[in-house]
Design a protein around this ligand. Structure first.
Ligand code: FES
Length: 110
């Protein structure tokens, strides 16, 4: 089994940045993205209450575990909700995230 996963983050110029993340760290995707300097405020600190960690999953959505009721409620409140929106704080770093392609939405970008 691989001991790391790769996630691809869309840049402003439509290219993707590859991020290699070790498995076994007790972090969410939000925490990793924030640590890498991406503009995620995470004002609720991962409690599924602020939606500033909103991402659109461009590839790999079907591999992810289902949203909790709390995550769905929060997503439903977003003006820029997409079919493949998730809260990155609710995605723990685990093998199902390998190969994921994402666009960071935050909560302001309509
Ligand atoms: S950090 Fe607040 S909802 Fe994800």
């Amino acid at each position: 089994m691989e001991d790391s996963i790769k996630v691809y983050i869309e840049n402003a110029d439509d290219a993707f940045t590859e991020l290699e993340i070790p498995l076994g760290i007790e972090l969410s995707l939000m925490e990793v993205l924030k640590g890498e300097g991406y503009p995620i405020e995470a004002t609720c600190d991962g409690m599924a209450l602020c939606a500033t960690c909103h991402i659109e999953v461009l590839e790999g959505f079907d591999k992810l575990h289902e949203e909790s009721d709390e995550e769905l409620d929060m997503l439903d409140s977003l003006p820029n909700l997409c079919d493949t929106s998730r809260l990155s704080c609710q995605l723990k770093i685990q093998p199902e995230l390998d190969g994921l392609k994402i666009r960071i939405k935050g909560d302001a970008d309509a």
